[in-house]
Write a protein that binds this ligand. Sequence first.
Ligand code: BT5
Length: 327
Amino acid sequence: MERQDQILELLYNNTGEWLSGEEISSRLGISRTAVWKHINQLRESGYIIESSTRLGHKLIPGNEMLTEFEIRRRLETRIFGRNEIHIFDETNSTNIQAFMLASSGSPEGTIVLAEKQTGGKGRLGRSWASPYKKNLYLSYILRPSIPTIFAPRLTLVTAVAVSDTFDRFGVINHRIKWPNDILFNDRKLSGILTEMKGDCDSIDFIITGIGININSDPDDYPKEIRETAISLKEITGSEINRADFLKQLLFNIEKRYHEFLDGRFNSILSEWTAKASIINQCIKVSNFEESYTGIVTEVNSDGNLVLMTDNGIKIVNSGDINFIQGT
Ligand code: BT5
């Protein structure tokens, strides 16, 4: 552990109380001048620390830092985030970074975060708006030993884990929109992008990327999505600590991923279906190649939409859906 982290740890163990410079210096075996220097650096990086020559130092609760230290001290997972954590102040896309890390051997559970993405990716070449220090832009590496054809199921598994986390933060009335959106009042709160490297037989690795609007305000987005995006802060009326949200999210992702690996996909799919309120709805689904209108009879175990159309049953594996009014 680095010196600054050791000092933080001591301050955290005494949050809201004074801890003398002398005690810190003797516990860590460094000079009091060195303690002051580290405390100043911590303050510069955003921690609110009161200091007094007589009383020492006191950490004021309520910081909003997304650092490796803040993440690790919260973790309740066994694998996710336990090994490699990569945090960028700014990067093109956490999915791209995670892909490169996975290609050079980073293990399952490696997580990649950014405070800002300059080329945040959506599906089908679209982009993900990623304002600085407001939200969560997370990608992680999976290396499941499953047949390649099962990989699309992981998007549904992830959507349920993200939805579990919103439940936990009191956003009960959100909805999953096939295949990968989480909506609140028809506005987008989160999107998921699953990418894979492998061949027909086996998966080398999967990168799952999740964008979650946590503390952004409408002004933080490009004009085109101001009416269609929403953040957790806008829903709950208060700022959310991103590290707290991330802790819960990683816990839920790991839990759902292991349920999936343990052969419990069908029960996850039932939960997904209940949260998506899509069965028996009339929808139009469009992708590059085609568009169909029909009634959804099922989301099958591959995550495909099964539609009853005027021309019979259609099974659709990708695209965007719109609900047709009046059904
Ligand atoms: C998605 O694509 O919803 C997947 C988004 C995945 C983003 C994460 S962030 C971390 C990781 N690194 C990446 O580079 N990507 C992943 P799609 O279904 O194609 O939706 C994209 C559409 O959502 C855009 O065309 C906009 O209309 C809208 N959109 C873009 N940014 C948004 C935002 N921050 N909030 C709500 N809607 C947004």
